[in-house]
Design a protein around this ligand. Structure first.
Ligand code: NAP
Length: 261
């Protein structure tokens, strides 16, 4: 067990990649907090984890709300005595061609996908600093790392808001690694390629999903799209002590995307 006695919070873990991540960390012995805006999803995932014999609690939280995050951290530390791992995974998309993108599309994506990371790390930092130990992983995206825009890959929409937020996550990670490193905290980011989840399937028609998968398969050297477990395993590595000398890095888990190699 690589995470025995560790305590981990995963935001957005009611669905998709976050759910795979929280399950993988729990499998390795971590006590986990399923933190998501969707209360029903939180209860379902906690139920599944408990059924599998894991230690899990749920917390319904909006990463845009500092006071809720403060409560999330205090409740977690109160219950388990510490917070070792934070995975900032919650995210939303509002894909739209740039010329028709409105303020609301821009604001919600920047608020959840970028500002939410800022808020979560500020909320957890005091606990990790006190322990002189912490592992933070921020989920970025191939879209924030030079991957071809969604407008060119089997989908009519553009993603300027999302690409800007996810690029911001990469640079935020580097600055956080610099400022928190002296306190014994490692901060890294993971940039997933395309993985079929509720986020990537519900923002497209079925035909667009199929076209997008074909385009994405062709644009990786491994000729396949990713699985949630691919991301979960990469996060597990970065939060484990096997990665204790790694900080400020971006791990691209995208099958070798040729559009940014
Ligand atoms: P997903 O299936 O939609 O899961 C995201 C979860 O975050 C959902 O449960 C969602 O709840 C929750 N959430 C949304 N807003 C929130 C908020 N304000 N506070 C707390 N939780 C919130 O998406 P996913 O595909 O697993 O994506 C997970 C992360 O990976 C995101 O950051 C995404 O940008 C990134 N990513 C995904 C891919 C991919 O191909 N799937 C590729 C690159 C990066 P609701 O469902 O109620 O909104």
């Amino acid at each position: 067990m690589r995470l025995q006695d560790k305590v981990a919070i995963v935001t957005g873990s009611g669905s998709g990649l976050g759910k795979a991540i929280v399950k993988r960390l729990a499998e390795e012995g971590a006590s986990v907090v399923v933190a998501d805006i969707n209360a029903e999803a939180v209860a379902t995932v906690v139920g599944e984890l408990e059924k599998a014999g894991r230690t899990a609690v749920g917390f319904t939280v909006d990463v845009r709300d500092r006071s809720q995050l403060k409560e999330l951290m205090a409740t977690t530390a109160g219950k388990f005595g510490r917070i070792d791992i934070l995975v900032n995974n919650a995210g939303v998309t509002r894909h739209r061609p740039f010329l028709t993108m409105n303020d609301e599309d821009w604001n919600i994506v920047l608020a959840v996908d970028l500002k939410g990371v800022f808020f979560c790390v500020q909320a957890v930092a005091e606990y990790m600093i006190k322990q002189r130990y912490g592992k933070i992983v921020n989920i970025s995206s191939a879209s924030g790392n030079g991957g071809a825009s969604h407008a060119t890959a089997g989908s009519a929409a553009g993603n300027a808001n999302y690409a800007a937020a996810k690029a911001g996550v990469i640079q935020l990670t580097k600055t956080l690694a610099t400022e928190l490193g002296p306190h014994g905290i490692n901060v890294n980011s993971v940039a997933p390629g395309f993985i079929l989840t509720p986020m990537t399937s519900t923002s497209r028609t079925q035909q667009e999903v199929e076209e997008h998968i074909e385009v994405r398969k062709k644009s990786t050297v491994l000729k396949r799209v990713g699985k949630p477990e691919d991301i979960a395993n990469s996060v597990l590595f970065l939060v484990s002590d096997e990665a204790s000398f790694i900080s400020g890095q971006l791990l691209r888990v995208d099958g070798g995307r040729t559009d940014r190699m």
